[in-house]
Design a protein around this ligand. Structure first.
Ligand SMILES: *Cc1c(COP(=O)(O)O)cnc(C)c1O
Length: 386
């Protein structure tokens, strides 16, 4: 089999892939078809929360595989119920709807915001999102995504979205003064947009004004969630509780699952027949997710913060590095050389990192060892040099 030519012949050409076939791995080590070893600092884009072939996750998934692989949501299944309780407790939320991806989790959040508006004031249906955001690839979540470049060719779009620049509270005030806004939706650290954390003062003010005006605060934690930023959810770093939270990526530890969580204010908005999913909360995905979420605790978050700070401090001092942004183990590095060159050089030397806009992005497993961190740093140091 010729991987590269068969891929381009038979798979729709939507991805610009690195020239590597990944076959297996363990923890933060991953191997290609030539058995070359890499330290994995991408984690399948923040998905493999505890690394590759993580024992606890495998046991949970295997145990469930032997019981029932799927039941549909016409019946109750234990893993889904267990997961919902765990998630609500850890997130400080009231209810959850399960889906299969980040985009779907956001679709559900958007539908909920729209219905909330419908119940309260049907003239207020606009959802504000941020310029440079990323919320998914379905037509509506793409509409929510504040990047013109991604909109080319895919219109007409869903009505009722407007965009505001991040960290500009006046722009927010101007938009809500129009009287038609029901919700504001944002990532606390823009991931695909370049690993850009929102300013704390901006978020404080925005949440306060939203509350005063009965505007729902919807936080997209698809990438930032599940321990990634050194807290269960990133809003905990900012000290507020959203009305709706979406998450996916790291939640399933490698199997597809999305979750939309509702606060007291929104828990009863969706009712019988309003929404559904054939696979959503599938028992295997849910059992895997339980084994992930169970281990997300304060001790781990402290480690994530410590490792993140260590990486940031070291990388900031490297020759050829202009800036380092991010939170916890979600990091963006602005390099003097083009990011693509840095990433390629890292790969050649046994380290997988990815990009975010013009930056090099790191999203290692949350339990990456200090030894692997130091090895990765050595490779980055050489790769980022001019
Ligand atoms: C990845 C991502 C999504 C989309 O998730 P999919 O599972 O690819 O649909 C949405 N929002 C954010 C912030 C993301 O990082």
């Amino acid at each position: 089999m010729n991987y590269f030519s068969d891929d381009s012949k038979y798979i729709a050409n939507t991805y610009k892939r690195f020239g590597l076939v990944l076959t297996h791995g363990k923890g933060t080590k991953v191997y290609d078809a030539d058995n070359k070893e890499y330290i994995d600092m991408a984690s399948g884009i923040a998905v493999n929360t505890f690394g590759i072939a993580d024992e606890k996750w495998i046991s949970a998934v295997e145990e469930q595989l032997g019981k029932i692989q799927h039941a549909s949501n016409l019946y109750y299944t234990e893993p889904q119920i267990k997961l919902s309780k765990l998630l609500c407790e850890k997130a400080g939320m009231k209810k959850v709807f399960f889906s299969n991806s980040g985009a779907e989790a956001n679709e559900c959040a958007i539908k909920t915001a729209r219905k909330y508006a419908d119940m309260k004031n049907p003239d207020k249906k606009v959802i504000l999102t941020l310029v440079n955001s990323f919320h998914g690839r379905t037509v509506t979540t793409l509409t929510a995504t504040g990047q013109d470049k991604m909109h080319v060719s895919f219109g007409p779009f869903t009505d009722g979205f407007r965009y505001i620049p991040a960290n500009d509270i006046e722009a927010f005030k101007t938009e809500i003064a129009k009287g038609d806004v029901c919700a504001v939706m944002f990532e606390l650290v823009q991931g695909e947009g370049g690993v850009l954390p929102l300013d704390k003062a901006y978020v404080d003010e925005l949440v306060k004004i939203a509350r005063e005006n009965d505007i729902l605060v919807v936080v997209d934690e698809v990438q930032t969630g599940n321990g990634r930023t050194g807290a269960m959810y990133c809003y905990m770093n900012y000290g507020f509780t959203p009305d709706i939270v979406s998450t996916a990526k790291g939640l399933g530890g490698g199997l597809p699952i999305g979750a939309t969580m509702f606060s007291e204010k929104t828990e009863n908005v969706l009712t019988f027949g309003d929404h559904g999913s054939t696979y959503g909360g599938n028992p295997i995905c849910a059992a895997g997710a339980v084994s992930i979420v169970e281990r997300l605790d304060d001790e781990l978050f402290a480690e994530v913060q410590k490792k993140g700070e260590y990486l940031k401090e070291k990388i900031s001092s490297f020759e050829g590095v202009k800036s380092v942004s991010g939170m916890g183990l979600m990091m963006g590095i602005e390099t003097e050389k083009p990011a693509a060159d840095c990433i390629r050089e890292c790969m050649e030397n046994g380290l997988l990192v990815i990009s975010a806009k013009e930056k090099v992005r790191l999203l290692p497993a949350l339990n990456i060892s200090w030894e692997d961190i130091d090895k990765a740093l050595e490779i980055m140091k050489n790769a980022f040099k001019n």
